[in-house]
Structure formats: C-alpha cells, structure tokens
Write a protein of this length. Structure first.
Lengths: 117, 113
C-alpha cells in the first residue's frame, strides 16, 4: 500500500449505530487530519493530530470521536449520527515542522462516503 | 474571517479547448496558495503551490497565476483532455501563528468529447 488509505470506502448506518472510520498513511508523516466534505461546500477541518497529539478540534460535535494510536493510524469513531452528517470524510497527512510554521503539502486518502439514514 | 471564493461553480468544455478557473481570497497575512485536483471518488491531489513572490507556476497543461495585490489567482487548463474532468479546489494558507488553511468550494470541470 502506498500513500494514504481509508476504509471503508462506503458506509451506510442508522442513527443509533456505532461505527469507525480508519485511515493509514504510509508516507512517514507526523501530522494527520480529518476533513468533512459536503456537496458544493469547502472542506471542513475537523481534527488535527501532530506527533500523535490532538492539536485542533474545530468545534466538532461529540458524536465524532477521533483516535490516533500512533503517527501512522487515525480513526474516527461515530455514534448516534444525524442525517446531516452524511458526507465524504477525508483523511490527510503531512510532514510538518515540530516548531510550527507553514503547513507542508497535505496528501489525501480517497475518502469514506458516509450515508446516515 | 478568511474566505476563499471560486468561480464558476461548474463549467463544461469540449475536449481540446482551454478554460480558466478563478479564485479570490481575503486571507491575510498571506503565506501560499495551492490548487488541488479532485477526481471523482478520489481525494484531492496538489497541482501547484505559489508563494507571495511568485506570479505564475506551471504543471504540464495546468498554469496557475497569482496576483497578491488584488488577492486573485487563476488556473488555466490548456488543450483540455477527458481526464481533466474533476473538481479543482483553491486552498490559501495564512502566515500567522497557526497557519490555518482556507478552502474554496471548488469548480467542477466536465470535459466532453
């Protein structure tokens, strides 16, 4: 596997289900991101992990719970979602400077198409 | 609030023709601007990146321009091919403490034979 992979590619779930999205990066990067992409809207940054520590949480509802067990893996745990949460969820990674500074190019996975019934 | 506006929202062109996509931003202070291409069912892939001092950058048949004074960028596609059918996203980075990225909503390009 190369680049950034995401599983599953498609997910249909009811509002009472619990599911998890998985992301793995094979690029040796130190930062990973979750984005939400809705039709005709800009990408919305959800969570950022630098060196496995969560550094950003952009006012995301608690029904989305991220987990970053190591610098190569990122999960997004989902529970009691709403129909408006249906979207494409993209994972990305980048190699950022430990002391901050401009963000380097982000490499994206193919996304998980989520449908909440 | 930093914003990125892209136009048109979508366009259809015939194979072999040229087209130009626009990106206007209010991000300040400015660090860099990237154009991404997102094929259907795929994640975005970076095409070009430009910093404040650069006003043009090419990647094959794609040429991006930047006017930092007017805060405008364009992406020109030359001699379009069917594989150019995709969404093109403009992303601007602020030169501030957290270097936040601001995303445009994208322009969907459809190339027809």
């Amino acid at each position: 596997e190369t680049g950034v992979t995401q599983t599953p590619r498609h997910l249909v779930m009811g509002m009472t289900n619990k599911k998890s999205l998985k992301c793995e990066q094979h690029l040796g990067h130190n930062a990973m991101y979750w984005y939400k992409q809705s039709a005709k809207k800009p990408l919305e940054l959800m969570f950022v992990y630098n060196f496995k520590e969560q550094t950003e949480n952009n006012s995301v509802p608690s029904r989305f719970s991220p987990e970053c067990p190591n610098s190569s893996h990122l999960f997004l745990h989902l529970h009691t979602l709403q129909p408006e949460d249906s979207a494409l969820y993209l994972c990305a990674s980048s190699q950022d400077h430990p002391s901050g500074g401009p963000r380097n190019e982000q490499f994206f996975g193919p996304g998980t198409r989520l449908t909440v019934l | 609030k930093n914003q990125v506006e892209q136009s048109p929202q979508s366009l259809i062109i015939l194979e072999g023709k040229n087209c130009t996509l626009q990106c206007n931003y209010t991000v300040s202070p400015f660090s860099n601007l990237r154009w991404y291409k997102q094929d259907t069912g795929r994640g975005p892939v970076s095409l070009t990146i430009m910093t404040f001092s650069e006003n043009t950058k090419s990647n094959g048949r794609y040429t991006a321009t930047l006017d930092a004074d007017t805060k405008q960028s364009s992406l020109h596609i030359t001699a379009s091919q069917l594989s150019d059918s995709a969404s093109y996203i403009c992303v601007v980075s602020a030169r501030s403490g957290d270097y936040k990225l601001s995303f445009g909503a994208g322009t969907t390009v459809t190339v027809r034979a």
